[in-house]
Design a protein around this ligand. Structure first.
Ligand SMILES: C[S@@+](CC[C@H](N)C(=O)[O-])C[C@H]1O[C@@H](n2cnc3c(N)ncnc32)[C@H](O)[C@@H]1O
Length: 218
């Protein structure tokens, strides 16, 4: 298995989360259910929101970091629209990375790493679903983890980054204690203050979540 240049192992606080996703993969295989989504339709709907960050023309080459890549579904989504994309996926579950490497063995411009941080800068970084499952970690600890990870995404992206979170505006009867529901306005304000003037909050695509696009000025 290939390793990223930086931070080659899951930090201890995420070992339980890595085990959670290894278990979903073992039960459902490399599929939307295997990364704990309800299905492919919503998985792709999330990718559509994240990809709104990209303002490079389809024919041009650009690089992408996919933090929490799972089995690499975002790679398929991107290649269909941007055949020249150079993609690097990172995941804290070693089994996910094995599944991604097997699935994309012939994708020459893609590499996968067992890591909790990108090892290299890319034009764009994406993170879909990495903040949702917090298990027993308390709210304040998990919010700190989210903000630290956003700092990492910021440092490892030259044109910008995008991520999604479950929303605190979810119906209370459907909320689960092992999941983290972020306040979209809190994270929007944080991204504006800490990272970029151009930040878009997308909270209109029909899932109990939101996406933030952070565009950097070149
Ligand atoms: C909900 S799944 C989504 C997978 C993929 N992004 C997709 O949409 O198909 C979240 C994935 O992120 C990984 N993950 C969670 N936190 C992470 C972190 N801080 N760094 C890297 N991977 C992480 C999990 O192991 C899991 O495979």
């Amino acid at each position: 298995m290939a390793n990223a240049d930086l931070n080659q192992q899951s930090p201890a606080p995420l070992a339980d989360v890595a085990d959670y996703y290894t278990d979903t993969l073992n039960r459902h295989g490399p599929s939307a259910r295997g990364v704990d989504w309800n299905g492919e339709e919503s998985q792709n709907l999330r990718f559509t929101q994240l990809a709104r960050l990209i303002n490079t023309s389809a024919a041009d080459a650009f690089s992408v970091n996919d933090l929490g890549c799972g089995y690499g579904a975002l790679l398929n989504f991107l290649i269909a629209q941007y055949p020249a994309v150079r993609y690097q996926g990172y995941d804290i579950s070693a089994k996910m990375i094995e599944a991604a490497q097997t699935r994309h063995a012939s994708a020459g411009a893609a590499r996968f790493f067992h890591a909790s941080k990108p090892g290299q800068r890319a034009d764009y970084s994406f993170a879909s679903g990495i903040f949702n499952v917090r298990l027993d970690h308390p709210d304040s600890e998990w919010r700190d983890h989210v903000l630290q990870t956003l700092d990492v995404l910021d440092r490892s992206s030259s044109r910008g980054f995008a991520f999604n979170c479950l929303t605190s505006y979810s119906d209370s009867g459907k909320m689960r204690p092992y999941l983290y529901y972020a306040d979209p306005c809190d994270l929007f304000a944080h991204c504006k203050r800490a990272y970029a003037r151009d930040v878009a909050l997308l909270h209109d695509y029909g899932l109990y979540e939101f996406t933030l696009l952070v565009r950097k000025t070149l």
